[in-house]
Design a protein around this ligand. Structure first.
Ligand code: AMP
Ligand code: ZN
Length: 468
């Protein structure tokens, strides 16, 4: 199995440190708002990698942290006249709800920074004892010049990094690239007691401390969006390796951006769509299928049109799954002369090559074609064949990629979903043309059928009225 390692800039053979066990850490969200579908792409692709490692019988221990103390959380709390703990708690709950909506399995451990203060403080102490940190009146900085090979992940030396970095001028720092390990508390901010006075940790140290606590000094896979290579992951390496003297991470994986109109989707640019809104329009399976059509490291554009066209491609796979399920239940055993092994091989070869999901999807389509051809030509296929075909889709399309629904009648539900959304779009168009009579008629007729439209500032959604 090959994995592209950002550190070596090449595909490397995957061999975990300890036999069959894989320790995997992915940087999670800062919980000050709902997460957007760009973050969603990173979390979905990480989920697929985890699921595939399990498919290959590795024992995966997956950690995704929650950054619950941060400037943005404090700012939001001040705006709302509340405390940062309640802001963080609200968005942690929302995060768990939203990953579920995208069929992302929760990590084995989801550690919070605020629950790891002793570990964070101890790690900073260690870094300080070893001479890599300096304290300026309660603000503790990491001294990047002390760490040999600072920049090795980005492939740049200190001068190049300095030239390219937009770091704010801070008179307390010896070098503009030095970063905060511990921030002295300002008036009204949450704080913890430490050897350097009251304060809170910097962002980077959280990940070093939490990954070490839950996965040990050296981990197999560490991932995140490609915006995290510098400075976040570079800084994590500097901290962890300075403290332990050991290699921090064996394989670095970075996820490409989800773009909107060719620009990185981000909170600060305002060009984002929350997962909560996107899942109102498209089922999780369609979103995941769309993401699978690009390699995880490549950039990918997002738009309703692109997702719509993904939807119709996916239907072929779902329809076959539903058919296999229905035919299997008829129980007539039938012939056992179909070789499924080459299809598994094709899927595995694709995923073994640095998790090449576009090729894995092509392998599944190839399978759909092969099965449809067999059932068209051979009238003696029966439950055995359909149950094996169903198993293939359950293990690959459902188990690894998460792109089909296993419940019965899923294809019909999807069609129903599409039709209602079509009517919603039509009603919007009618309203723009000031044809309110027809627009209201659509709403009322849908209501009679048990579908309630709900208008809000961000658009119209629908729900089924209970009892229907
Ligand atoms: P944040 O809450 O901004 O720290 O982001 C959480 C995760 O989502 C990080 O791994 C980011 O690198 C990743 N991320 C942020 N924006 C995007 C985007 N547009 N496309 C893909 N991943 C992203
Ligand atoms: Zn991190």
């Amino acid at each position: 199995m090959l994995i592209y390692n950002t550190m070596s800039r090449k595909k490397e053979n995957f061999e975990p440190f300890k036999g069959n066990n894989v320790n995997m850490y992915v940087c999670g969200p800062t919980v000050y708002d709902f997460f957007h579908i760009g973050n969603g792409r990173t979390f979905v692709m990480a989920d697929i990698i985890r699921r595939y490692l399990e498919f290959r019988k590795f024992k995966v221990n997956y950690v995704m942290n929650l950054t619950d103390v941060d400037d943005k959380i404090i700012r939001k709390a001040n705006e709302e006249n509340t405390d940062s703990k309640s802001v963080a708690e609200r968005y942690i709950s929302a995060f768990f709800e939203d990953i579920k909506k995208l069929k992302i399995r929760q990590a084995d451990i989801s550690p919070k920074a605020t629950e790891h203060m002793p570990e964070i403080i101890n790690l900073i102490k260690k870094i300080e004892e070893k001479g890599y940190a300096y304290n300026v009146e309660g603000n503790v900085f990491y001294d990047v010049k002390k760490f040999d090979n600072y920049g090795k992940l980005s492939g740049k030396n200190l001068d190049e990094l300095e030239a390219g970095a937009r770091v704010e001028i801070n008179e307390e720092k010896k070098n503009p690239l030095d970063f905060s390990l511990w921030k002295k508390a300002k008036e009204g901010e949450p704080f913890w007691v430490s050897p350097w006075g009251n304060g809170r940790p910097g962002w980077h140290i959280e990940c070093s401390a939490m990954s070490q606590k839950h996965l040990g000094e050296t981990i197999d896979i560490h991932g995140g969006g490609s915006d995290l290579i510098f400075p976040h992951h570079e800084n994590e390496i500097a901290q962890s390796e300075a403290a332990t003297g050991h290699k921090f991470v064996k394989y670095w994986i970075h996820f490409g951006f989800l773009n909107f109109q060719n620009e990185k989707m981000s909170k600060s640019l305002g060009n984002f769509f929350t997962v909560r809104d996107v899942v109102k329009k498209f089922p999780a399976e369609v979103i995941r299928f769309y993401f699978c059509q690009a390699h995880y490291a490549a950039q990918l554009n997002f738009s309703d049109e692109l997702l719509q066209s993904a939807q119709s491609g996916l239907e072929k796979i779902q329809l076959l799954y539903d058919k296999c399920k229905a035919e299997e239940s008829k129980g007539e055993k039938g012939k056992e002369d179909f070789d499924f092994a080459p299809y598994y091989k094709e899927f595995e070869d694709a995923m073994d090559d640095d998790f090449n999901t576009p090729q894995a999807v092509a392998a599944i389509f190839n399978f759909v074609k092969g099965v449809n051809k067999k059932t068209a030509e051979d009238k003696e296929v029966g439950a055995y064949f359909y149950s094996e075909a169903k198993k293939f889709l359950e293990l690959t399309a459902s188990g690894v990629l998460g792109i089909i629904k296993e419940e019965s009648g899923a294809a019909n539900a999807e069609l129903e979903n599409n039709l209602v959304n079509l009517l919603i779009d039509l009603r919007k168009e009618l309203k723009l043309q000031k044809n309110y009579k027809m627009a209201d008629e659509i709403r009322d007729k849908l209501h009679q059928m048990g579908i309630q439209l709900e208008d809000s500032k961000t658009g119209t959604t629908f729900r089924k009225i209970l009892g229907n």
